[in-house]
Design a protein around this ligand. Structure first.
Ligand code: NDP
Length: 300
């Protein structure tokens, strides 16, 4: 069948498309720009999904940590709308059109949970009500809620920092770390919920294929690490020192304290549901993951 992927042109979306195609699925991407094997959001609202659609996924979202964009009200509005509205549009199409997928799997973030250096969060942990990003996650997850009688299983992936060579944080950090200029953010004692790109792609696929997976799903590796341990693993894999800290005030100044929190604070998030439903992590360990995304000659 076909898997429809909103934001399928991005870092996660590209990796997920490739993976699903290798497993025999057809992929249709929903994008702002028209192209082959793509539909725009307005075309989707008008025409609905292809008849053989088995799953609908949403990984669209304006990049929150784009350093070229100031954290203004307008930009925050973009960050919000690109996630919540796109999810609403997909939910609307599922409800209004005849084609019903078996599941609707959408992205959310670990920013749902309150930062803490001690508390560990399973999917039933509290959150969604204390700052901009947590409220965004709550609205994003609610936008994916469908009436029970539709019989479409919904999964909200509370994703940690996705580590892979082709995008996200590693793409931004590989040059400074390669030059030996990398290091922890602030004290480095804050937890850093993380997941390797192959595992987040694997977990999306697991969520699509397993009827036992429903509701919030923590998209993180089983190993809890701190920001400093991440810096050490990355530097170590590149054979570079990694002790030059990036002071919190610099990060706050660059990004604005609201979104700088993604780096200066963190939460300990545990993949309880993924493990209970039988997902096996390919990169459960940060040293193993770092060895993969730090290879000099990188082939996917
Ligand atoms: P990318 O920035 O690589 O891609 C996201 C896609 O979203 C883009 O390709 C783009 O598609 C679409 N998009 C961007 N801006 C807008 C907009 N203003 N309106 C509508 N669509 C837009 O993101 P990632 O692949 O890294 O992340 C995917 C999702 O996962 C995001 O929602 C993100 O918040 C979430 N996530 C990612 C994490 C990470 O570490 N990467 C961590 C936690 C959550 P197009 O140009 O084709 O329209």
């Amino acid at each position: 069948g076909t898997v429809v992927i909103g934001g399928g042109t991005g870092f996660l979306g590209t990796a997920l498309s490739k993976h699903l195609k290798r497993r025999g699925y057809e992929v249709l991407i929903i994008s702002r720009k028209p192209g082959p094997n793509r539909m725009t959001w307005s075309e989707m609202l008008k025409n609905g999904f292809p008849e053989n659609t088995t799953a609908v996924v949403n990984v669209a979202g304006q990049n929150i940590l784009d350093p070229t964009r100031r954290w203004t009200e307008g930009f925050k509005q973009n960050v919000w709308a690109s996630r919540v509205n796109t999810t609403r549009y997909m939910a609307q199409v599922i409800q209004e059109k005849d084609v019903k997928p078996s599941c609707f799997v959408v992205s959310s973030g670990v920013g749902f949970y309150p930062p803490s250096n001690t508390v560990e969060y399973s999917e039933d942990g509290p959150g969604g009500d204390f700052d901009f990003l947590s409220r965004l996650c709550k609205d994003w997850e609610e936008a994916a809620q469908l009436p029970e009688d539709l019989n479409v299983r919904t999964v909200q992936m509370r994703t940690g920092v996705v580590l892979g060579r082709e995008g996200g944080m590693i793409q931004q950090l590989i040059v400074p770390f390669f030059l030996g200029l990398g290091g922890p953010v602030g004290s480095g004692t804050q937890p850093m919920p993380w997941i390797h790109i192959r595992d987040i792609v694997g977990l999306y696929t697991h969520a699509i294929q397993n009827a036992s997976v429903t509701g919030a799903l923590n998209g993180v590796a089983p190993q809890l690490i701190t920001n400093k341990e991440f810096a050490q693993a990355f530097g170590g894999a590149l054979w570079r020192p990694s002790f030059i800290p990036l002071p919190s005030f610099v990060v706050n100044g660059m990004f604005g304290s609201d979104r700088a929190k993604v780096m200066t604070e963190g939460q300990k998030v545990v993949p309880t549901k993924a493990l209970e439903t039988g997902y096996e992590f390919k990169y459960p360990d940060i040293a193993l993951a770092a060895a993969e995304f730090s290879k000099i000659i990188y082939t996917d």
